[in-house]
Design a protein around this ligand. Structure first.
Ligand SMILES: [Cu+2]
Length: 170
């Protein structure tokens, strides 16, 4: 017993040291790790949503939609470099999560795009959202808000990060 509480104390210490609250959710055979968003530049009209989804099952599933309390619209996007130009497109059929694999949503890749913001995400805050999967169904998740320009949801971003400006074009 004493051994386990020592481990718990150690883990708590580690989480405190990273300064980021590790959090995760399970729905069916899917495991959703650390949903996060980040502060947006002044005047920006959209925000991003990021997380990693692991499929521990034997069949593929698909992220097909969702919602967030701070936004009127929630779309699944892909950012890709084509001929040296960063392009963003909506994935209307969502994204497949293959069995035994994990799919990472992050700036400059797959991401959720939040439009019609009711309020801007502020560093250190959190907001609730829902992810909808074709087979596993719905799961409520909390998005923690990272600093402006953060690339991984934990650390601060580079002072010049044009990714969030690309988002403002559409
Ligand atoms: Cu986007």
């Amino acid at each position: 017993m004493r051994f386990y509480s020592a481990i718990a104390a150690l883990l708590l210490g580690l989480f405190a040291a990273t300064g980021a609250s590790a959090h995760d959710y399970t729905v069916g055979s899917l495991h959703i790790l650390h949903p996060w968003s980040r502060e947006i530049p002044k005047g920006a009209q959209v925000a991003g949503g990021y997380f990693t989804i692991e499929n521990n099952g034997t069949a593929p599933d698909r992220l097909i939609g969702g919602s967030a309390e701070i936004a009127g619209r929630f779309l699944i996007h892909e950012m890709k470099t084509e001929n040296g130009v960063m392009k963003m497109r909506e994935l209307e059929k969502g994204i497949e999560i293959p069995p035994g694999k994990s799919v990472k949503f992050a700036p400059n890749g797959y991401h959720v795009m939040l439009f019609d913001l009711k309020r801007a995400p502020k560093e250190g805050e959190a907001f609730m959202g829902t992810l909808v999967f074709e087979k596993a169904g719905k799961v409520d998740v909390k998005f923690v808000v990272a600093p402006l320009g953060s690339a991984d949801g934990k650390s601060k971003g580079a002072p010049m990060n044009h990714d969030s400006m690309d988002h403002m074009k559409h």
